[in-house]
Ligand binder design. Structure first.
Ligand SMILES: CSC[C@H]1O[C@@H](n2cnc3c(O)ncnc32)[C@H](O)[C@@H]1O
Ligand code: ZN
Length: 433
């Protein structure tokens, strides 16, 4: 077989339905797809333009960051140690009022560098000037679902709301058929979006077969505001107006009743868990074990850099695995396999890539990362799956392949000038401060 990339001499964590692990394995990439996976000693007659020796490391699907605001790298560390509503209304929204398209592009490029360097191959983004994020993801060689935020007040990008819908439609048109970057429809939250906005957003998503994204039930304060306005919980409110559906990604889902969980399950909504942001903003602990038990697809995201303060999905997995054990006083909840499934397969389902990526299987999109395990904090290794969740760090990712293309080799990002990306954001920060 003639291939583009042959990865050999690794432990392949497939993350397929059976959780198969190939101990001395190889993976072959041709065009944008995984062409073959199997034992190393059967890969002998495969010719490839590029051969990567994993040196006993872990070969696994790239991580999927299912909720972030990439360009908020510009605001990393700007307003720490505050609750959600104070953080947003008194610090983040005023800072974002001065955003420009150039800032958003530069912030997103730095975010792409940070994500690639820590093993993320796909992300779902909500922000302003989202055309710039789409371009950054495209230029960085990443896979992404991106959408312009919609809310009732005038936006620093498009002004009044009608223009927001038009901006979203233009992006949908521009990226139609793009094989890595997909456009979503993204109203901010039930507390910043009136029912009419939400209904229209849902209609556009249906018309374009696009993902729909919203922040929902993130804090007690949000629940109180919605109860006062509509007499029910945010999830019940979204159900009543017909917003809940399988294409919906509901970010956070921290404060939920049993009825909310049933509604999310019944409507096949994809919940996105952001444990580090929820801890930092003291929003609470999402009832993820109960959501999973009810059959809800739960994926994992970092949220933006101002509420985390990084985009490292390895750290996010570690946090997700531990926080629920502490909350439940039960070390068996959220085991490593569950968490890794959330960061791979479930992320793929959430982003509308169900069955196409999130696992290493023949015919799936070739989004693959290789971890170096020849590092003191990774020795010895009894169980590769729990090693990835509890012991590995973003900095252990050595190579990354997205859509069949090598985007990082030996920790050198091939698609981004990382020094320049850092310099640009340092320069922006002077003006922001
Ligand atoms: C304008 S795009 C998204 C909008 O949301 C803000 N944001 C970032 N993180 C959160 C969060 O956890 N809950 C609510 N809103 C958030 C971000 O700063 C942008 O303004
Ligand atoms: Zn968010």
């Amino acid at each position: 077989m003639n291939a583009d990339i042959l990865i050999k001499n690794g432990i392949v964590l497939t993350m397929d339905e059976n959780g198969a692990v190939v101990d001395k394995g190889a993976v072959v990439v041709k065009d944008s797809l995984i062409a073959w996976i199997g034992p190393d000693d059967q890969a002998g007659d495969i010719q490839a333009e590029k051969v990567l020796d994993a040196e006993g490391g872990i070969i696994m699907p790239g991580l999927i960051n299912a909720h972030t605001h990439a360009s908020m790298t510009c605001f990393r560390g700007l307003a720490d140690d505050l609750p959600l509503m104070t953080w947003l209304n008194d610090h983040i929204f005023p800072a974002e009022a001065k955003l420009t398209e150039d800032m958003v592009y530069k912030g997103a490029i730095l975010a792409c560098a940070e994500m690639i360097l820590s093993g993320t191959t796909s992300f779902c983004d909500m922000y302003l000037f989202e055309g710039a994020v789409a371009k950054a993801a495209h230029d960085a060689g990443m896979r992404a679902v991106v959408g312009e935020v919609l809310y009732d007040f005038p936006s620093p990008n498009y002004g009044p709301l009608e223009n927001g819908f038009a901006y979203t439609r233009d992006l949908l048109e521009e990226y139609k058929g793009n094989d890595r970057v997909r456009i979503a429809v993204e109203p901010h939250s039930p507390y910043l979006c009136a029912p009419d906005l939400l209904k229209k957003a849902r209609e556009i998503a249906e018309e374009w077969n696009a993902p729909l994204v919203i922040h929902a039930s993130e804090s007690e304060n949000e629940v109180a505001q919605i109860k006062e306005k509509y007499g029910c919980t945010p999830i019940e409110h979204l159900a009543k107006i017909g917003f809940l559906c399988p294409r919906l990604m509901a970010d956070h889902c921290v404060v939920l009743t049993d009825n909310d969980i049933s509604l999310l399950a019944k409507n096949e909504v994809k919940a996105v868990h952001n444990p580090e942001s929820n801890m930092k903003l003291a929003s609470g602990i999402a009832p993820v074990p109960a959501l999973l038990e009810a059959g809800v697809c739960v994926s994992l995201g970092t949220d933006g850099c101002a509420s985390n303060n990084n985009l490292d999905m390895m750290a996010e997995m570690d946090a997700a695995a531990k926080i629920h054990k502490a909350a439940a006083l039960d070390p068996t909840v959220m085991d490593a396999k569950t968490v890794l499934t959330m960061a791979t397969q479930n992320g793929a389902s959430a982003l509308g890539l169900d069955g196409r990526c999130g696992a290493i299987e023949q015919g799936k999109l070739a989004d693959v990362i290789i971890l170096d395990v020849n590092r003191p904090h990774l020795v010895p290794m009894y169980n590769p799956m729990s090693h990835v969740v509890y012991s590995a760090r973003g900095g252990d990712v050595r190579h990354s392949i997205i859509h069949g293309k090598l985007v990082m080799e030996d920790r050198r990002v091939l698609t981004i000038d990382v020094k320049q990306a850092m310099a640009h954001v340092r320069e922006l920060a002077k003006a922001i401060a």
